[in-house]
Write a protein that binds this ligand. Sequence first.
Ligand SMILES: Nc1ncnc2c1ncn2[C@@H]1O[C@H](COP(=O)(O)OP(=O)(O)OP(=O)(O)O)[C@@H](O)[C@H]1O
Ligand SMILES: [Mg+2]
Length: 346
Amino acid sequence: MTKNPFSLSFGKEPISLINRSMQTAEIIETFEDENPAYQVCMITGVRGSGKTVMLTEITKKIRSDDDWIVMDLSPERDLLQSFAANLSNDPNLSEIFRKAKINLSFLGLGVEIDGVSPITDINVAVTRMLERINKKHKRVLVTIDEAVCNDTMKEFVSLFQIYMRQDLPVFLLMTGLYENIYELQNEKTLTFLYRAPKIELRPLNIGMIAEKYKNIFNLSDEEAELMAKETKGYPFAFQVLGYLCWKNETTWVSVLPEFSQYLEEYVYEKVWSELSKSDKELLIAMAKTADDKVEAIRKTMKKASNSFSVYRNRLIKKGVITSPEYGHLDFTLPRFKEFVLREGIA
Ligand SMILES: Nc1ncnc2c1ncn2[C@@H]1O[C@H](COP(=O)(O)OP(=O)(O)OP(=O)(O)O)[C@@H](O)[C@H]1O
Ligand SMILES: [Mg+2]
């Protein structure tokens, strides 16, 4: 095998991709529906769970449809300004706006149109443009990767709600860590986000991972299944384990120490640094307790029972732990327990 079939880069579609077709198809079908059930959707999940890859897949599909205008915006810049600039600069739209005599020259977004006074308010300009787009039966999809709760996000999302109320054809797809999405929807003016669907990225299907490994490395069914289980379905781990076997031309068992090291350096240290003190305490207690029962973990931690469930639920939402059955807890990410144990000693 000469060409590396695996990718360690974040935010880039990998060559070896495991389908999440159910979830992606649902979003695409809803957005393309004549009467969409929702126009705002958020994808959340722990780092490395594939949020950006999923967003890219969905936009690629929608972009291929001529009736859609798709733009990726960054919350690092003024969103309303970028939105307006992207609309006015779209080569397929400028003629439409010119004919509609929408004069954007004052805002620096278009050329002067004789006999029409220029629009001086950016929100008015956006509304006028969206009205024309609506008349042409086109739709606009805005994507925001790594949403945060800053001023420009708050302004933009609340205006977005107004455009939707005016039946303008706007759609918003965001990705974000649970804590950022949570903070955003708790803003007084943005409570409508509570009702917007949130797709929580779950582990990839182990059977599908096994199938990929089997084909790439010529493994037996049993061997492929064991190797796939080692990833726990975590997308980044799927890439790392495959990559290390490919690079070293060995079996998965002999690359396990390197596997842990990659996971830690690329993701776990970052994930850990973003957790609160209480989150960490719970995780350390979990790792130290031989039993996976909540009761036993709580004893190790010596925490009052009601605050325990607050931290537990938050960690589940963040995608760091799961509850495989009532009253039990497990780590979501492969080799994370070993990592936590070491952090607990340090
Ligand atoms: N469906 C998938 N099948 C196989 N590999 C995937 C899939 N989705 C993501 N990956 C791999 O997982 C890694 C992380 O993907 P991605 O960058 O989308 O994560 P993310 O959730 O956006 O992370 P972050 O929160 O840090 O931005 C990449 O190496 C990517 O190749
Ligand atoms: Mg990402």
